[in-house]
Structures are given as structure tokens and as C-alpha cells.
Ligand binder design. Structure first.
Ligand SMILES: [Cu+2]
Length: 114
């Protein structure tokens, strides 16, 4: 048996109406754990699993260990998005829960370098 690659752990804090940092960079093939920590109200993040501008919606560019964690929001629990960055590109990270007036512009970016 061989052990899976060690995850790159990246912490993101979420508050009305921004994620910090706003941009996260990883490499293609990396296993990533994004830990979302809410500072004020309960926030969660949802990753678009297809890179921006991609027309191929058959194979996700981000492969989740547990797809139901993507966009899941629980009060007082840090959300962990655990996935492998399979395809290079730019992926949108959105606020997964209606958190107020400017919820729609609460976004960040995941960049997967070749
Ligand atoms: Cu929101």
C-alpha cells in the first residue's frame, strides 16, 4: 500500500463580504485542503469544479474526496474542502450561504498552475 500525497492545507477566513486571502494558488496534481473559518456569521464556500471558460462539463477539474462537503455550511464548524486539483485553470470560490445584501459579490479564486 502507498499512502496518499500529503495535503496542502490552506486556511481561508470568511466574513461579510469577503474571503481572505482572495486568491489561492496551487499546482496541478496537488491534493488540497481548504479550511474555511467564519469570523462573523456562518459562512461556507462552494467551489466551481470546472475551470472558468471551460466548455467541457463532463469531467470536473477538481476532484473531491467527499463532494457533499462542497458548499456545506455548518454553524461553528470550520468547513474543509478536500480535493485534488486535476486540471489547471482558474476556479471560482463562492459564498455558499446567503449571508446578507452583498452575498453575491463574496468571491475568491483558486488558481491551479500547470
Ligand atoms: Cu454569502
Amino acid at each position: 500500500m502507498h499512502s496518499p500525497p500529503a495535503a496542502k492545507v490552506i486556511e481561508i477566513s470568511a466574513k461579510k463580504y469577503e474571503f481572505t486571502p482572495k486568491e489561492v494558488r496551487v499546482k496541478k496534481g496537488d491534493r488540497v485542503q481548504l479550511k474555511i473559518h467564519s469570523v462573523d456569521v456562518a459562512h461556507g464556500a462552494k467551489l466551481d469544479v470546472y475551470p472558468q471558460g471551460s466548455k467541457d462539463k463532463s469531467t470536473p477539474g477538481l476532484k473531491f474526496a467527499e463532494p457533499n462537503q462542497n458548499g456545506k455550511v455548518e454553524k461553528n464548524v470550520d468547513q474543509v474542502l478536500d480535493f485534488v486539483a486535476v486540471e489547471a485553470g482558474t476556479y471560482e470560490i463562492k459564498s455558499a450561504k446567503l449571508c446578507g445584501m452583498s452575498h453575491g459579490r463574496m468571491k475568491a479564486k483558486l488558481i491551479v498552475d500547470e
